[in-house]
Design a protein around this ligand. Structure first.
Ligand code: FE
Length: 333
């Protein structure tokens, strides 16, 4: 009898230890920076006990490392920025389609792969930023207008090597055809006030310093810079409100083919599309939730409302190689 009681006691004591000794751990490859994703992962761990093993890196090298990860215990989820990069991961066969009613209901069609390999989880606007001492907003109208000779020596741009600009030009091809898109990009190049900058922040600083009047940037770089230097004479402008809308892109993710935990990985991705995660995921990087029923953070709301382009972002991937060649022909470095 004593032995039985002892055995029962051991069982009772041992059981919780057994459960917590082997919680699910999901391995995430993310080109979204660690500090922009860790609070989201912590929230999921609090709610589900699922743990994370996070690997971060730049989008290209991250995909290379993923090719090798299959042999080293696998990886479950890819998170990366820009539909161009998500499209590449799908093209390389790294992602498996997710058949999910939850994701289909939560993520608008333009912001996910029509074949369900990837889904956007936050939206970023690639929009105009201008010097408020040199311009009034009614002088601005569209991406196309920045090719007009009236902007000669007044435009700054980030390098064409960045996927953000490749995606933007890909959407110009989708809307206008290659010939017209090339004319627009040639016009931009003719209007440059300086060699293209290596990043959005440098382009913004050039505008703030009055080296040029206007540039094209992702909204969150503007947000970060203004947080640090609130007195800069900079403002955002939402272009193309009478035409295709502002170019929106996503930060998003998908389920890796080599995942040893596809069920748990799918559950995590579905959770990312739910309101609480959506609010946090977007707010951490001053972005917009993909769900229209989740408002952006108040700092982001302060920049005003805009109509985004409803073109499916898969086009940004499909037309990326054409966009790169076009920018090369147009002399956009
Ligand atoms: Fe970025």
């Amino acid at each position: 009898m004593k032995k039985l009681a002892l055995a029962l006691l051991v069982l009772l004591v041992a059981q919780p230890v057994l459960v917590s000794a082997d919680p699910t751990t999901l391995t995430l490859y993310s080109s979204r920076k660690a500090h922009l994703i860790e609070p989201v992962l912590e929230l999921y761990t609090q709610q589900t006990a699922v743990q994370f093993n996070l690997h971060t890196g730049k989008p290209g090298p991250l995909l290379e490392r993923l090719d090798a990860a299959g042999k080293n215990g696998g990886a479950d989820v890819l998170l990366t920025v820009d539909a161009g990069n998500l499209w590449h991961a799908a093209e390389r066969g790294l992602l498996v389609p997710i058949d999910s009613e939850v994701l289909a209901q939560s993520v608008p069609p333009a912001l996910r792969d029509p074949e369900n390999h990837w889904f956007g989880f936050s939206r970023r606007a690639r929009t105009l930023a201008y010097n408020t001492e040199k311009l009034s907003p009614d002088e601005l109208s569209s991406y196309e207008d920045l090719a007009d000779p009236k902007w000669r020596g007044r435009l700054c741009l980030r390098t064409s090597k960045k996927v953000y600009n490749q995606s933007l030009v890909a959407t110009l091809i989708a809307h206008h055809g290659e010939e017209k898109a090339e004319e627009i990009v040639k016009g931009w190049v003719a209007n440059l006030a300086a060699e293209p900058f290596s990043n959005d922040t440098k382009a913004l600083q050039a505008v703030a310093m009055g080296r040029c009047d206007v540039t094209i940037v992702n909204n969150y770089y503007f947000g970060r810079l203004m947080r640090k230097e609130p007195n800069l004479k900079l403002a955002l402008f939402w272009p193309n409100q009478d035409s295709q809308g502002v170019h929106v892109n996503v930060s998003g993710g998908g389920l890796l083919k080599i995942s040893p935990n596809p069920g748990e990985a799918k559950a995590f991705l579905e959770w990312l599309a739910q309101p609480e995660a959506q609010g946090l995921f977007a707010e951490l990087n001053l972005e917009y939730p993909v769900r229209e029923d989740v408002p952006p953070a108040s700092a982001v709301q302060a920049w005003g409302k805009f109509r985004g382009d409803s073109l499916n972002l898969v086009e940004a991937g499909r037309l990326q190689a054409d966009a790169v060649r076009l920018m090369d022909r147009a002399g956009y470095r």
